[in-house]
Design a protein. Structure first.
Length: 79
């Protein structure tokens, strides 16, 4: 089966270089990753970065109520 996927150029270039350095083809790397994912050997998730900054943005009460309603609807929809 042939499949086309879009990958950010910077990520693609780094992956191709790493595969080449490891004497692997990029298609082998992708096949192994997809196989391991399909078989539950790897999990996809997020990781927090150490270099983030949180910022408090003051909003008026009306805007806060609107944001709260939107979050509530989103949470109910995604239970």
């Amino acid at each position: 089966m042939v499949m086309a996927i879009s990958i950010d150029k910077e990520i693609k270039d780094k992956a191709f270089k790493r595969a080449k350095d490891d004497n692997l083809s990029i298609s082998f790397v992708v096949r192994m990753l997809l196989s391991d994912y399909a078989n539950g050997k790897i999990q996809i998730g997020t990781r927090l970065s150490d270099n983030f900054k949180a910022e408090v943005i003051e909003v008026d009460p009306e805007t806060q109520k609107l944001m709260d309603r939107i979050v509530k609807k989103w949470n109910e929809k995604n239970k």
